[in-house]
Unconditional design. Sequence first.
Length: 78
Amino acid sequence: MSRRTGLYLAKQLFIILTLLYAVNFVCNEYLAWNAYMNCQSKCHTLGLEKGKIQSTTFSEDVTLCRCLADTDYYVVLN
């Protein structure tokens, strides 16, 4: 393999890894945005203005939303 071919393959590998990283980032941001919108929607249904996503120690599959008011309400999103 010549040096020129090696550089070409290295550039192609760099481009592919960059694209995969970008797709992964966009997917993660979409999931976070979707959970945030679900939280806001559930809190709005309860008559509260806003909510905040909470981390849970129960499971990674459980998303907990804390609706902010004088008395806080917790809503399970999934």
